[in-house]
Write a protein that binds this ligand. Structure first.
Ligand code: HEM
Length: 488
């Protein structure tokens, strides 16, 4: 009898608990297709978001201003948090909100080495600390590397069309500059390092695509069957043996290297872990920076009236530093800085920013209960188009972030800064640590390009390429070429 009573009490508690959770969940406003009862329509809802996610996020943001709402993304249900709650969540610790958990889940990280790379978060420290602090000494090296890579690319441009593929140009310059800054000039150019960097992302993405639809527990079982030709291990072994000796040298007491490899080698990590950290950060830096740069070049072709002024600013800044590329030159490029920020605001590669997983239950100030395990995000692109944050938000204004005297409106309104309404670098505790480097890199590449060339879309093209929507994100057009006209 006692057992039955105990059982009944437990059952009742369970049902009440479920009802409580359900009643809290049902308060969430839904935008887009619902997965339906028992998740029967999940597949259709995911597909819908994959194709129309960006529009759905904008719609939800406009309709439910100041409220949280839930969408079924192509990956999972995500609670979109209204901007007014950002202040409450931005600094919450890992024990409450985790970005790493989102990345691990999205990337099936344990199958592509992400779990080892992210353990201890040294990869973030390396970028936030040594990379940002050393920008002053790095800019001349970045310029040398730019000239080397762009010189080769420009020499390949066909004389009859003078056209260059924008993705190839941006990818190659960002990859060579970033590899050089991370592992040093000699290593970045020897022994096939560029191939390792180039191969990792498509192979990792391929693994992710194959394994993601499977439940986590089943992935190790299905993996050997689905990924018979798993090339990842070969790439990682190459990266590891490539870096083994340089890591050993950097661990010698009198070593003078100052690159990111040196910083990571100073910790007692295995060469495999360091290789994964380096390849992982370069891959992340490459995708984000390449896409932002491509879009900035497209915006320059759409608004060519800015080119002469950006060029004049760069000439003047260079002249003030004796014609040498220094960090001081980079810091003087205010118009280009504002132009890049405006380009990223209007392009916003990711529809959902500040993606986090609740590692414990949270209750927001309006009473919204966020159960442990919930994915949350902010509708970054929609927020960047909100007139509450930006005047005439749909209009491209390359001088939006400048005062009348051409100086930045404020430090937070510089390209690397984060003003209210801006989620492109994330927010709070986990803000992109690479944004100072990304800003310097982007300015150096664009200023150099327009100093040497006039740029335009091929004859007859009057509009910028649309890009491809993908799960709330926008991938810029990879096939677009521009015409380079060398300046006299
Ligand atoms: C225009 C270029 C870039 C954009 C738009 C960008 C954007 C972002 C965003 C939105 C986040 C997530 C922040 C959050 O959720 O609060 C992030 C994280 C990060 N970014 Fe960037 N980023 C860029 C370039 C770079 C570069 C060049 C580097 C390295 C040199 C870098 C390194 C990182 C790292 C290490 C993280 C942390 C990832 C983690 O949590 O494990 N980023 N970035």
């Amino acid at each position: 009898m006692e057992v039955i009573t105990g059982f009944t009490v437990c059952l009742a508690a369970l049902v009440l608990g479920l009802l409580a959770t359900f009643s809290k969940r049902t308060k969430w406003i839904r935008v887009g297709r619902s997965p339906g009862p028992f998740g029967l329509n999940t597949k259709a809802a995911k597909k819908d978001f994959e194709q129309h996610g960006r529009a759905l996020l904008r719609e939800g943001y406009r309709k439910h201003k100041d409220k949280n709402f839930v969408v079924q993304s192509a990956n999972k249900a995500v609670l979109i948090i209204a901007p007014k709650f950002l202040q409450e969540i931005r600094m919450l610790p890992e024990t409450k909100l985790s970005h790493a958990q989102i990345l691990m889940d999205y990337w099936v990280s344990e199958h592509i080495g992400g779990d080892l790379a992210m353990e201890g978060a040294l990869h973030i420290d390396a970028v936030r600390g040594p990379l940002t602090r050393s920008l002053k000494s790095q800019v001349p090296i970045m310029q040398r590397e730019y000239l080397r890579t762009s010189g080769f690319l420009f020499s390949q441009v066909p004389k009859d069309t003078n056209q260059i593929n924008v993705h190839n140009f941006c990818y190659a310059t960002v990859a060579s500059i970033t590899s050089t800054i991370f592992i040093g000039e000699d290593l970045a150019h020897g022994g096939g390092w560029d191939k390792i960097v180039m191969e990792y992302f498509p192979v990792a993405w391929g693994i992710r695509t194959v394994l993601k639809p499977w439940p986590r527990a089943l992935r190790p079982i299905v993996k050997p069957f689905l990924l018979r030709d798993n090339q990842l291990e070969a790439i990682l072994q190459k990266a590891e043996s490539f870096l083994e000796e340089p890591i050993r040298r950097r661990r010698e007491p009198d070593n003078q290297d100052v690159d990111i490899l040196k910083f990571l080698s100073d910790y007692d990590s295995s060469p495999r872990k360091i290789a994964l950290q380096i390849v992982g950060i370069i891959t992340g830096a490459l995708n984000t920076s390449t896409h932002a740069l491509m879009q900035a070049i497209y915006h320059l072709c759409i608004h060519p009236e800015y080119i002469a002024d950006i060029r004049a600013e760069a000439s003047e800044a260079l002249a003030s530093e004796g014609g040498q590329w220094t960090y001081e030159v980079v810091k003087k490029l205010h118009l280009l800085d504002s132009f890049l920020k405006e380009s990223l605001r209007l392009f916003a590669p990711e529809g959902m920013d500040i993606t986090r997983m609740a590692t414990s239950s949270i209750t927001l100030s309006d009473g919204t209960h966020i159960p442990r395990g919930t994915s949350i995000a902010v509708a970054g692109e929609a927020m960047a188009l909100d007139p509450a944050f930006y005047r005439d938000p749909e209009t491209f204004d390359g001088r939006r972030f400048l005062k009348a005297d051409g100086k930045p409106l404020s430090p937070e309104r510089e390209f690397h800064g984060i003003e209210p309404g801006n989620a492109m670098w994330g927010a709070g505790r986990l803000t992109c640590p690479g944004r100072h480097y990304a800003s310097a890199l982007s300015k150096l590449i664009i200023a150099n390009l327009v100093l040497k060339y006039d740029i335009s879309f091929p004859e007859g093209q009057t509009e910028g390429p649309a890009g491809t929507p993908d799960d709330g994100n926008l991938v810029p057009d990879m096939a677009q070429a521009i015409v380079l006209t060398e300046r006299a």
